[in-house]
Design a protein around this ligand. Structure first.
Ligand SMILES: Nc1ncnc2c1ncn2[C@@H]1O[C@H](COP(=O)(O)O)[C@@H](OP(=O)(O)O)[C@H]1O
Ligand SMILES: [Mg+2]
Length: 242
């Protein structure tokens, strides 16, 4: 099985595990989030150990597998991104599965199980529909940087939970950009960025540098995913003094 097929099957399968956990209204919010994180992680790590026993793994929910930071091939996983949205019962949560090779997300899959969607880097259309004027931001409020882009480009902010769901809104053409600052980890954005790059979108740090994964400290605090047509304007807006 190819890496791309494996990534997509993991993203869809973990989504089914998570959907099952929400079934029947049997658990309260806190327990739903905790059990969702744990069970999706257990299934994914068993699948990766079985199908890719020699690869390293970096996951939000488990200790590193293998000598992760010095490995060329590393699976970077968020078994449940948007845990609080998942627990609340809304649809904006995702499963992120990426394979980073020498720091770049070569293969990626993001599933949005509540929407029945899976986006995979080996089979994603180029994002080139009409611009919408919409900027995806966190449900928990915008950052200084996203507010600056919205203000300077005259965009309207749309609140969406989960980094994967926000990035896929841009891939799908429902938004033109997703700007994040203030903190995140590699598992929150590696697979979303992998799919977005495959869809021909601009992805970089807020200062325009390339995003490099599998760092010893897996902190990836800021980035922008946007349509190529507005990338120069977005980066200019971000570089202007406040
Ligand atoms: N300032 C910050 N520091 C660390 N993680 C952050 C963060 N802001 C957002 N995140 C993480 O990024 C993901 C998307 O957040 P948001 O929807 O608010 O943009 C969430 O992942 P998890 O749900 O996997 O914890 C959230 O925890
Ligand atoms: Mg996350």
């Amino acid at each position: 099985m190819s890496d791309a097929e494996l990534a997509a099957r993991i993203a869809v399968g973990a989504g089914e595990v998570l959907t099952g956990i929400r079934h029947g209204d049997l658990l309260g919010r806190r327990l739903l989030g905790d059990v969702g994180d744990a069970l999706a992680q257990a299934w994914i790590s068993t699948v990766l150990r079985t199908h890719r026993p020699h690869d390293a793994v970096l996951s939000e929910e488990a200790a590193d597998v293998g000598d992760r930071a010095s490995s060329s091939r590393v699976w970077i996983i968020d078994p449940l991104d948007g845990t609080s949205e998942f627990s609340m019962g809304t649809s904006d949560w995702a499963v992120h599965v990426a394979l980073a090779v020498d720091g770049s997300p070569e293969v990626a899959a993001v599933s949005l199980p509540a929407y029945g969607e899976v986006f995979r880097s080996d089979d994603v259309p180029v994002a080139d529909g009409p611009l919408t004027g919409r900027l995806a931001v966190s449900r928990y409020g915008h950052s200084y940087h996203s507010a600056a882009v919205a203000d300077r480009l005259g965009m309207s902010e749309v609140r969406i939970g989960s980094a994967g769901a926000k990035a896929m809104a841009v891939v799908r053409g429902d938004a033109d950009a997703y700007v994040h600052s203030g903190g995140q980890y590699e598992w929150d954005n590696c697979a979303p960025v992998g799919v977005a790059l495959a869809a021909g979108l601009h992805c970089s740090r807020l200062d325009g540098r390339d995003i490099v994964y599998n760092n010893p400290q897996p902190y990836m605090p800021d980035f922008v995913i946007c349509r190529q047509e507005i990338a120069a304007d977005v980066l200019t807006a971000l570089s202007m003094p406040w």
